[in-house]
Ligand binder design. Structure first.
Ligand code: MSP
Length: 655
């Protein structure tokens, strides 16, 4: 019989910035699904990659002073880039596509031409609001207060020659696909697509650009580059060798079984994508799954807010598997999830350290303590074992039902119900009491064997989520052969040898010091937020003019700092004794202690306005004000006392 096939994809990522925990979330989920399918005997193709064309990349590369290709190479292949991240996260993709790969570009050109020759792509004029400095077209609704959303400048009506795809032609077929089949999941996303996009009328889609050049050229019309979404979406079949010679398994794997995509790109995948495939007369993917977002305090993660969560930091602090587990266990895949450090550490401690880690270490520890590491072959069963045995040996079925619906959280929930039951079973059977009684050795052996079998089954099913940890658990519990780690044996009770040998070894998941880890993460995030603040912020410029005569009334003088000391009981004020050239010392108080140690200023030449009305502060009369320059740097107020050339004599007037 032919092996069943499963083709799964993640979105291909824009390498315009480093990837964050949100991108990691989808890739970990897809990896889990791919590993699960492989475990259940499927021939799996798991694809991920990068979407490297478009104006945004071109602009960023220009800003960085490198070519677009150099720019994306750095983010994709460079240190801590996309490839490094997937390696770190133990992502088992079978293929990685970059849309700048020659074979992909060649296929896309052929695809574009095919749709053009068919009449589904035609030449027309793109009308919109144009921002000249940004060289960008915008629709009315994209404008912010009628201005360019990127630079805030004026836009004007403009037209540009462009190619269009006849999206409208496929509207009915797409609507039927969405409403009458399970193509788009979860079902809740269907209404949004149909009501917001299809029912109001699908307009033909502009599929070429002439305002920038970083894209795949339309080979029959120089000057036009293919719209980045057309280029990107077709990665799914080109990566299999569709219309290119790089690979040869298009026939084998296409159509995809599922595209995992984030909610904001569901529109492209559930409307534009099937319409273009219909035009190309290619089979449609079986499912598109629109997952939710990881948000922070209910809002989007963004570089400008400085709240982007770095998967490297978390994986280094807590381990890759703990991070993978957290992402899958905590958030339902179909809806948004609120990420927080508290939740992360809490989940690791509760589920991994307390529940799973403890179960494994207690069980293997007791086998070592009471039997020197190897169970005796004779076990005495008891009816009280039935519930645990039944729960564990039927777990695979419940798990499978959830995994087939991409409900990783529920699948793990089912596993943890069994882990909880096993921990309770320890309390019920009190092996430490049995261990004191020589005549109960066979009973004790049965209890520990039941626990080991439960751990084996749960571990088998958690392999897709935590591959490395599960391999370690198998080693600990003596599940040494391929077969006893297999899916086929995950519903067969009694798979481990009766006289199994265990090795407790090190703790799998040491408890995380909650307060310490939280403080560390919070401090890092604070630093990141600070770094995201503008480098320099200036005070707003005065809007009102001051007339010349008024200005001239201000008497600015060069002053020599004869003495400077902190004012008692004040943490802000410094008391300056100044030579203003008049022959009498002038006292001025200034609230600049935060920025200066008083002794460092003695002997310097500063500038003071001397005809302000005298003012009493902390019981001392201040006669004037020293002039400073102020600005904000990374959110922090900075001040520099205005110091001038020491060659300027005391009392010289500034005008
Ligand atoms: N290049 C397109 C996809 C083309 S697929 C043919 C793209 N790239 S992206 O890098 O901007 O986003 C890739 C994926 O990451 C999207 O599915 C997006 O939803 C997902 N995420 C980005 N931020 C996210 C979160 N905060 N949470 C979860 N996923 C999020 O779109």
């Amino acid at each position: 019989m032919d092996q069943k096939k499963f083709y799964i994809t993640t979105p291909i990522y824009y390498p315009s910035d480093k990837l964050h925990i949100g991108h990691t979330y989808c890739t970990v989920a897809a990896d889990t699904m791919a590993r699960y399918k492989r475990m259940t005997g499927y021939d799996v193709m798991f694809l991920t990659g990068t979407d490297e064309h478009g104006q945004k990349i071109e602009t960023k590369a220009n800003e960085a002073g490198v070519t677009p290709k150099e720019f994306v190479d750095r983010i994709v292949e460079g240190e801590r880039g996309v490839l490094d991240l997937w390696k770190l996260m133990n992502i088992s993709n079978d293929r990685f596509i970059r849309t700048t790969d020659d074979y992909h570009c060649e296929s896309v050109q052929k695809i574009f031409k095919k749709m053009y020759e068919k009449g589904d792509i035609y030449k027309g004029a793109y009308k919109g609001k144009y921002c000249t400095p940004c060289e960008s077209f915008w629709t009315e609704s994209q404008l912010v207060d009628g201005k360019c959303p990127d630079c805030g400048r004026d836009v004007h009506d403009a037209e540009e020659e462009a190619y269009f795809f006849k999206l409208s032609k496929y509207a009915d077929r797409v609507q039927h696909l969405l409403e009458d089949t399970d193509f788009l999941q979860p079902r809740t996303r269907v209404n949004e697509m149909v009501n917001n996009f299809i029912k109001p009328g699908l307009e033909d889609l502009c599929v070429s650009r002439t305002s920038f050049s970083w894209g795949i050229p339309v080979d029959f019309d120089p000057g036009h580059v293919v719209y980045v979404w057309v280029d990107a979406l077709f990665n799914y079949p080109t990566a299999l060798g569709f219309l290119n010679d790089k690979y040869h398994d298009y026939e084998h794997y296409w159509p995809a079984d599922v595209h995992f995509v984030g909610k904001e790109i569901v529109r492209f995948h559930s409307i534009i994508w099937p319409a273009m495939l219909m035009s190309m007369e290619m089979p449609l993917p079986k499912h598109v799954y629109g997952h939710g977002w990881l948000v922070i305090d209910g809002g989007k993660m963004s570089k400008s807010k400085g709240n982007v969560v770095d998967p490297y930091v978390l994986a280094e602090m807590f381990g890759v598997d703990a991070l993978r587990f957290f992402l899958l266990r905590t958030f339902p895949f179909g809806t948004d999830g609120n990420f927080s450090n508290e939740l992360l550490i809490g989940t690791i401690n509760t589920d991994l350290a307390n529940k799973l880690g403890n179960l494994v270490s207690r069980t293997t520890g007791m086998v070592e303590k009471y039997f020197g590491g190897t169970l005796p072959a004779t076990h005495e069963d008891d009816p009280m074992d039935c519930e645990l045995k039944k729960m564990a040996s039927t777990l695979r079925e419940r798990y499978e039902a959830e995994m087939e619906k991409f409900q990783f959280q529920n699948a793990l929930e089912e596993i943890f119900k069994v882990i909880d039951r096993a921990n309770k079973y320890i309390d019920e059977t009190t092996p430490w009491t049995l261990g004191k009684d020589e005549s109960r050795r066979d009973r004790l052996a049965a209890v520990l064997y039941n626990l080991l079998e439960t751990v084996r089954i749960c571990t088998t099913l958690m392999q897709p989520m935590m591959p490395e940890t599960c391999a370690k658990i198998f080693d600990k519990i003596g599940a040494n052969c391929e077969s006893c780690r297999s899916w086929d044996k995950a519903n067969v009770w009694g798979t481990l040898c009766a006289d199994v040998t265990v090795q407790k070894g090190e703790n799998l998941f040491p408890r995380v010091d909650f307060e310490k880890a939280l403080a560390e993460l919070n401090a890092m995030q604070e630093a990141q937020k600070k770094a995201a603040l503008p480098a320099i912020e200036l005070e707003p410029y005065a809007e009102e003019n001051v007339d010349f005569d008024t200005f001239c009334k201000s008497d600015f003088r060069a002053v020599k700092i004869k003495n400077c000391e902190a004012v008692k009981k004040s943490d802000k004020l410094l008391k300056f004794t100044l030579d203003d050239g008049s022959g009498t010392d002038r006292i001025i108080l200034s609230g600049i202690h935060k920025w200066y140690e008083p002794e460092t200023l003695i002997g310097k030449t500063a500038v003071a306005i001397i005809n302000l009305p005298p003012r009493k502060m902390m019981g001392i009369m201040s006669n004037g004000m020293l002039i400073s320059a102020v600005h904000t740097e990374k959110g922090e107020e900075k001040l520099n006392l205005l110091l001038v050339d020491d060659a300027i004599p005391a009392g010289a007037k500034l005008c």
